[in-house]
Design a protein around this ligand. Structure first.
Ligand code: SF4
Length: 64
């Protein structure tokens, strides 16, 4: 099962993750990204990999 998390020490709140995978990411009151669903469905792995690549800060971490 692929899991996703955001490294809070890297996130700068660009919000690209939310645009790419709104079911999985949101931004908090401070404008920083947060994970809504940590376990990634197989059908969504490509979208999450796209979000990982698109985060300018390298803050999105996918693990198997
Ligand atoms: S795209 Fe990256 S830096 Fe921007 S909010 Fe999402 S995790 Fe944070």
């Amino acid at each position: 099962m692929t899991r996703v998390r955001i490294d809070a020490s890297r996130c700068q709140g660009h919000g690209r993750c939310v645009l790419i995978a709104p079911d999985y990411f949101d931004v908090d009151e401070a404008g920083l990204g947060r994970v809504l669903i940590a376990e990634v469905a197989a059908a969504d792995c490509a979208d999450l990999a796209d979000a990982e690549r698109s985060c300018p800060e390298g803050a999105i971490v996918l693990t198997d």
